[in-house]
Design a binder for this molecule. Sequence first.
Ligand SMILES: C[S@@+](CC[C@H](N)C(=O)[O-])C[C@H]1O[C@@H](n2cnc3c(N)ncnc32)[C@H](O)[C@@H]1O
Length: 691
Amino acid sequence: MSDTNNRRRKDSAKLVWDTKPKRAPNPRDIEFQTAEIVIPNPQEAQSSLPLFATPQSGLTSLFPEQMGELPLGGYEIDKAQMNRLIWGDNLLAMQALLSQGYAGKIDLIYIDPPFQSDADYSFRMTVEGQQIDKEASIIERLAYTDTWEAGLDSYLDMLYPRLQLLKRLLIDSGSIYLHIGSNISHYVRVVMDEIFGVENFKNEIYWRRVFSHNDTKGRYGIVTDSILYYSKGSDHKFNAPKKFHDSDYINSRYTLSDDKGNYQLVSLNSPNPRPNLKYEYKGYLPPANGWSVSKERMQQLDEQGLLHLPTDKSKKIRVKNYYDENKGFIVANIWDDISPVNSQAKELTSYPTQKPEALLERIVKASSNEGDLVADFFCGSGTTMAVAERLGRRWIGCNLDKVGIQVSRNRMVNQQAKPFLLENIGNYQRHMIYLSGSKIGEMQRIILKLYGAEPRSDRPDLGVKTNDDGTTELVYVGYPDRPVTAKKVIELAQETQILDGSGFKTLVVLAWDYDYNYTTEYESRKKLLKSPLSVDIKALTIPPEIYNYLKKAKNEAELDGLRDKITFQEKPYLKVSKPEIRDAGNGKVIISLGIDRYVLMSFPIPEKQQAELRKAIKDNFAALIDYWAIDWDYDGVTFRSTWQAIRGNGRRSQTVVTLAESPELPLGKRTIAVRLVDVFGNDASATVEVR
Ligand SMILES: C[S@@+](CC[C@H](N)C(=O)[O-])C[C@H]1O[C@@H](n2cnc3c(N)ncnc32)[C@H](O)[C@@H]1O
């Protein structure tokens, strides 16, 4: 035997690239923070549905889980059982799920990772008839540029550890479908073989996503995507999807008909010599090889009226084959019967890479059963979850892109899904910094520099900015893992008045995020101060693109050049109206509450569109609101929205109403919380006390 034969192993071929990760990522103890418990009750549906009804009003049968004493506080929710929409990097989300005991818990995974290196991640929308392009936030852009920075290598660097984690999350009888473009499907398939095992490869499905394409210079048009389908083990669920022939097919093949239906005539000549089946039947001589059925069978068919006996006895007997409407056939791996989402479709969200629900429906039905858990960690506009919900599956969706999260949330609310969680990955910023390898103190220094301030040597979070007119400002940078609170800002303001002896006139706060009820809290704390504050306070937010600059800038001089490219946005301003309370009898009240004002200082859109947008929203701030929701009985910890108004996307978008009315609520003291997300993904919130 040759040397090669001695050393030969089976199926050892693998894909190798320079930066291929050596170790699989571990589960990580990262918390999820509940941003909202969404109890869908879209404002548009409220006129037709008696939502908020008491159990006897009939809604119980429609949404049993949502009813009971809803939304009056006694609503027990088991978060562990709920569907979840997670905003954040899926690597972190999967590590967190694994550390929470999700290993082997997911029945079906579908993922559709981005596969177009030149994709444009801006999101087009129409506000008051004006088209605007929201640029991708840099957190998103960073993820995408990172993904393609070193071409295929970095793409595989991104995908490989994620596939390893996906495998751990799958149950033994589970399946994974990976949707990918033909530009890289062959590489990804080899990697999938390595991780899931060649023996678990089931199909490469070709989905015909378009009918014609213009990319035909010197080659054939590319009209398919691949969907790689693998099982985790040998014993996997598969409910083979069936299809039925269309009427053209039936009429062209089953050309004859009688009172039993359409039929075709099929030969009874044996293809191989069958000397024992050479018999004469009713004067018809046997074919050269003999008949394909025995004489008894021939008689049976005759009695059943299934034989075609030609008048000319020199011709051969044939059997009638009726078209069986229930039979259908099992779908093969070319899927050319599912059209892309068209511009008129009801399901259209305008999310650029949205896939059709029919595609997901086929996959979800084939590889999961009712009650199973279905997940999509690159969930985009939420197609997988919309379908899973409709088909009675449980679901987890994850997305890095805030617009995608917004679109998905709106989609699930409009669909009146069962209550679900909207979650952040806790300590998100800190983990992002960790992922990009920087320390927090260093980060704060850089942010100060980018704002144009000189970091102070005595405090890592403070700096001083000298303006062109010689005036100075004290600048504070928040910590990435905690929001800036009103209490902190008041303390800082008091310190600002006396710092360095003469104090500063202006305090600039640069925050990653502000506390939930910052504005109201700040106003009420300010009123309680014994001596009024004498400093101006500018509350700004740090744009997430800082990560990008941090990665790129190699030295301080480079930072200087970046300064005018980045804008610290002023915190959006939300003012809710004074609640109006109406007596509804039997110890109940009805509360009306609205939004008085929403002001956004800057827009992340191309400059040329800005002035137009400002004009368009001048007397109509509501046009900027994408979603707003109310918790009529806020417990101070978890925001449970039981009323939502949604702007919607595409042609169906409409300005939200700005006034809401509660169901009948028991008399008594309560806190009402309002949360708003604008079309750019900015959050704002406020709470009101009602007695
Ligand atoms: C091609 S789209 C998916 C579209 C989706 N199938 C649909 O029907 O709408 C890919 C999505 O993956 C998201 N994504 C990319 N990298 C990610 C990451 N590291 N973590 C989470 N989501 C990510 C993108 O934001 C984008 O929404």
